[in-house]
Design a protein around this ligand. Structure first.
Ligand code: SF4
Length: 429
């Protein structure tokens, strides 16, 4: 990036800023978070938009604001409800951070989002992009809000060939973006940049022919617009094969399935899921469906070690879940709860009542806490996933009607819905 491009204020820079602003003012989309300057709403929308398209975000945003209309409402809500409202959006740590930050705002700033740079940066989960978006959009402060979309637009228009995956490029881009903000127009200009990246200067096929700044776009004039921005590829997520159990209850649990809660920290913290474990290397790891007999035997042992008496009966399906650094392939088996011999069942009940060897009770939001086999070796279950060594998972038997009370990662939500749909269809036949 040369000095001229960094400085802003040149003819091209002025042209870019004014044209984009004019274009935005003429045809900006009517989006729910644009109907007010409420920094809380802008903040929520920006966090949601970091991971998902506008069309998908709108219903989530409306429901979230209806349920948590103010900072105080979000700060005081049970975490489970916040996660449930976020369910399907992914990146659940963002929802947790948003709630923690709301609690900070409530305690430190009386429930009002501060308009001070230092204070906004000090909020949990608020990085340079979100801080810039809140300060500029809500308070019209001349702060840049630079994300991947904005870097793409700037790379193309100013023909910048620096690698946008590098932190120093981001810093340069922020300086450039800040220098481009017309006086008194931070709110509209930053939104214009974002809108342009979302609607016109799109990643794969930029719509140059209808672009308001086409005539001076250096990337386009050089014929390299689709080669920009330059970005080195991140390492692909590490593949991990896992065996998952969809355990159907019997007797008093008939019609229900077993779910467990993830640990208090680490991946998908405190969300609910079907029990699953890493598939040993000799069970077809990485090659799709594992050898059934060996997999079922392994799953049965894992269930027993976790305190669940259940027998795998049939392979159901494979399901995928991708994190930034890990890609899970879950081989899901339908399992059936086994009846415990009377003395063992009595012991399990006794252990549960005594508060050991069973799920940490708490207030069950529907569903029924699972009784676990005496002697189950549950602590350390999630140690390889960032959970604490001493944590024991909470397990519940739930029916479809209970699903609304638990927050599930998408992959398990889909599995459970598919299962209950199948059961209902079978019941109608
Ligand atoms: S002309 Fe094309 S590449 Fe250049 S800013 Fe417009 S849409 Fe993007």
């Amino acid at each position: 990036m040369d000095e001229r491009k960094e400085a802003g204020g040149g003819e091209d820079e002025l042209f870019f800023s004014m044209r984009l602003l004019e274009w935005y003012n003429g045809q900006k989309r009517d989006l729910p978070w644009r109907r007010s300057r409420d920094p809380y709403k802008i903040w929520v929308s920006e966090i949601m938009l970091q991971q998902t398209r506008v069309d998908t975000v709108i219903p989530y945003f409306n429901r979230f604001i209806e349920r948590f209309p103010t900072i105080d409402a979000l700060a005081e809500a049970p975490e489970e409800e916040v996660l449930k409202a976020w369910e399907g959006l992914g990146y659940y740590s963002r929802a947790r951070n948003l709630q923690s930050a709301a609690q900070q705002v409530k305690e430190l700033y009386g429930g009002k989002v501060p308009d001070d740079r230092e204070a906004v940066f000090g909020l949990k989960g608020v990085g340079p992009y979100t801080a810039g978006a809140i300060l500029s959009i809500a308070f019209n402060r001349p702060e840049p809000a630079v994300d991947g979309n904005v870097m793409r637009v700037l790379s193309r228009f100013f023909l910048i060939e620096d690698d946008i995956a590098k932190p120093k490029t981001r810093i340069k881009m922020e300086a450039l973006a800040k220098s481009l903000i017309p006086e008194g127009e931070a709110s509209s200009f930053n939104q214009a940049l974002m809108e342009h990246g979302a609607l016109t200067c799109t990643p794969k096929s930029p719509r140059c022919l209808v672009c308001p700044v086409m005539e001076r776009c250096a990337g386009r004039l050089a014929g390299v617009e689709t080669e920009l921005p330059v970005k080195t590829k991140a390492k692909p997520p590490r593949p991990e094969e896992r065996l998952a159990a969809l355990v159907e209850g019997r007797g008093e649990h008939a019609g229900r399935v077993l779910i467990r809660q993830r640990p208090t920290r680490g991946l998908l913290a405190r969300m609910w899921e079907l029990p699953h474990w890493p598939a040993p290397g000799d069970i077809g790891a990485g090659s799709g469906r594992p050898g059934e007999a060996a997999a079922m035997d392994r799953l049965r042992r894992s269930l027993a070690e976790a305190g669940v008496a259940a027998r795998p009966e049939a392979y159901m399906m494979a399901a995928e879940h991708t994190f930034s650094h890990i890609h899970w392939t879950l081989q899901v088996y339908r399992c059936r709860e086994e009846e415990l011999p009377q003395p063992m069942a009595a012991e399990a009940r006794g252990l549960y009542a005594a508060g050991s060897g069973a799920a940490a009770g708490g207030d069950a939001p529907g569903g029924e806490p699972a009784l676990l086999l005496p002697g189950a070796e549950q602590p350390g279950l999630f140690a390889d996933e960032g959970g604490a060594e001493e944590e024991r998972p909470d397990m519940r038997w739930i029916g479809r009607e209970d699903m609304a009370n638990y927050a599930f990662p998408n992959v398990f939500l889909k599995l459970l819905n598919a299962y209950f749909d199948g059961q209902e269809a079978a019941g109608r036949r």
